[in-house]
Design a protein around this ligand. Structure first.
Ligand code: ADP
Ligand code: MG
Length: 228
């Protein structure tokens, strides 16, 4: 099914109330991302890109509208159900890596499988193989604070893919890296998601990076505009 939707947004709005004022961040967004697509999401700082990723992953609830991920509705479910959906279907990469400093590299990347109750020998060797693939097989026992920023982000990339989630969300994953290191991380991310058929939504400021995506969406004034 080549056109199977992976993410569906129906009239999604998100507002924050601050004192007397209401800020409308997302204003009735409807969009669909197909399985296997790579989508670049662009927009000014503060335009709501992270908010949009957070409502897709169920970490935040929209004010109104409905969202589906991989055929399951995210909206209208309790926190527990959203957590289970996230553990099954979604991998997230953040700007600031968010690795657990008290766990080794290997334990960091195996954690999602452990949480999902899916850490068997096959899964373990698949994930450690991914670490080899990003060039960090020999740093398995190291702790994150011994790694460079680029290495930490490669670990975070493996962690995001560890449970083979159909959907990967990356929120400015190169925002904290120098240009060359960022380029390496993105090349890896691009290759891994395409090889494995993951769907990717990638927030970036770089038009160059966006040019590699299958589609480019701009978030402007709370609405999504598709680039020509
Ligand atoms: P972007 O990722 O595009 O930079 P964000 O989604 O982080 O934008 O934020 C969009 C707007 O929503 C910003 O003005 C931000 O200050 C505001 N915002 C984000 N999260 C909250 C929150 N929890 N409470 C109030 N305002 C928020
Ligand atoms: Mg953001």
């Amino acid at each position: 099914m080549p056109d199977r939707p992976m993410v569906d947004l129906e009239q999604v709005s998100c507002s924050y109330v601050e004192g007397e004022r209401r800020h409308d961040i997302l204003r009735g967004i409807s969009a669909s991302v197909r399985a296997g697509e790579t989508v670049a999401l662009l927009g000014r700082s503060g335009s709501g890109k992270s908010t949009l990723l957070n409502v897709i992953s169920g970490l935040a609830a929209p004010s109104s509208g409905r969202i589906w991920v991989d055929g399951e509705e995210v909206t209208g479910r309790d926190e527990r159900a959203r957590t289970l959906l996230r553990r099954r279907a979604i991998g997230v990469i953040y700007q600031f890596f968010n690795l657990i400093d008290t766990l080794s590299v290997a334990d960091n990347v195996l954690l999602p499988l452990e949480l999902a109750g899916r850490l068997d020998d096959g899964a373990r060797s698949r994930v450690l193989g991914l670490l080899d693939e990003v060039g960090l097989g020999e740093r398995r026992e190291a702790f994150p604070d011994r790694l460079s920023g680029g290495e930490q982000q490669r670990v975070a990339l493996v962690r995001a893919l560890a449970h083979a989630p159909p959907l990967v969300l990356a929120d400015e994953p190169t925002g904290n890296l120098d240009a060359e290191t960022g380029e390496q991380v993105l090349t890896l991310l691009d290759r891994l998601v395409r090889d494995r058929g993951h769907t990717l939504i990638l927030v970036t400021h770089s038009l160059e990076i966006a040019a590699r995506a299958d589609r480019v969406l701009h978030l402007e004034d709370g609405r999504l505009v598709e680039a020509a």
